[in-house]
Design a protein around this ligand. Structure first.
Ligand code: HEC
Length: 267
């Protein structure tokens, strides 16, 4: 008997040598019966999948996503923008530079960088790095400022929820687009890591509506000179923003366009 054969093969060969043909037919029938039996057992789950598939067929792909749950953290929409804005700039943690072997530019790259333990924020190097008070170790390093605690808590929550790559459909409500309720939080989430007082990419500090004391342009100026819309919509000769990230979702682009078209009010 050959060692390389699987356990099943071994048993079968051994039995078949001592089996007469009637036993073989009987065991074949038993095999067929058990296959049918298992097929039946699995049928309910196949049907359930089939029902979901039917749902997909009725609408477009997005309709199959569950609605966003406010208590769940979604990597692509909640966490990746923070990493892109604060960690993946040139020389830091992107797929070209991957400082210290760490690349935070995509879900796969994050998970391959050994910076976290799913379910255990308190045991994760990533959390240590953004929460330490030691100026030699903290990320992002000075002169960049530490992440606001709301963002730190979101990252911890995401890790504690298993560091998953979940997706959801958050609809697109373009009524009541305001600076304070819509545009400011969006920029805070996706842009101000690279556009703040200490690091104002291209001379833009997007943390405030007005220009800052150092002459960096604020959000209003960026909206009025066309750079805000142009850079996120990839139009004209403006640099594409967020730099190094993928284009903003259509819903956010629409909100920015609506607000800029309304004259970029400070509302
Ligand atoms: C990873 C860092 C980074 C992120 C994130 C980022 N920017 Fe920039 N941005 C820069 C840098 C650096 C420049 C300077 C020009 C260049 O290098 O392309 C710049 C330039 C700009 C400019 C001037 C463009 C031009 O052609 O003159 C605008 C406007 C701008 N960014 C808006 C945004 C907005 C809005 C977001 C968020 C949606 C954003 N940026 C996110 C780094 C970033």
């Amino acid at each position: 008997m050959r060692v390389s054969k699987s356990k099943c093969d071994i048993t079968f060969t051994k039995n078949s040598s001592s089996m007469n043909s009637r036993y073989r037919i009987l065991s074949l029938m038993f095999l067929l019966f058990s296959m049918t039996f298992f097929a039946c057992e699995h049928e309910p789950s196949v049907t359930i999948n089939g029902n979901n598939g039917g749902g997909n067929g009725n609408g477009n792909g997005n309709n199959s996503l569950p609605p966003c749950d406010p208590d769940t953290v979604y990597f692509e929409q909640d966490i990746l923008p923070l990493f892109v804005s604060n960690c993946t700039m040139s020389g830091c943690h992107n797929s070209n530079s991957h400082a210290s072997g760490i690349d935070l530019s995509s879900y796969a790259a994050v998970m391959n960088s050994s910076v976290l333990i799913p379910g255990q924020a308190w045991n994760s190097d990533l959390v240590d790095a953004i929460t330490t008070t030691n100026p030699n170790d903290i990320m992002p390093p000075p002169p960049m400022s530490a992440l606001p605690s709301a963002q730190i808590n979101l990252i911890k929550k995401w890790i504690n929820q298993g560091a998953l790559d979940l997706h959801c459909d958050n609809g697109c409500d373009t009524t009541n687009v305001t600076y304070n309720g819509t545009i400011k939080p969006l920029l805070q989430n996706k842009c101000t890591g690279c556009h703040n007082a200490s690091s104002a990419g291209g001379g833009y500090n997007l943390t405030n509506y007005a220009d800052d004391a150092n002459g960096n342009l604020g959000v209003q100026s960026s909206a009025l000179n066309g750079s805000l819309s142009g850079s996120v919509h990839y139009t004209g000769t403006w640099s594409h923003m967020p730099k190094g990230g993928s284009q903003l979702p259509a819903c956010e682009l629409t909100k920015i366009r609506i607000w800029v078209d309304a004259g970029a009010p400070n509302n």
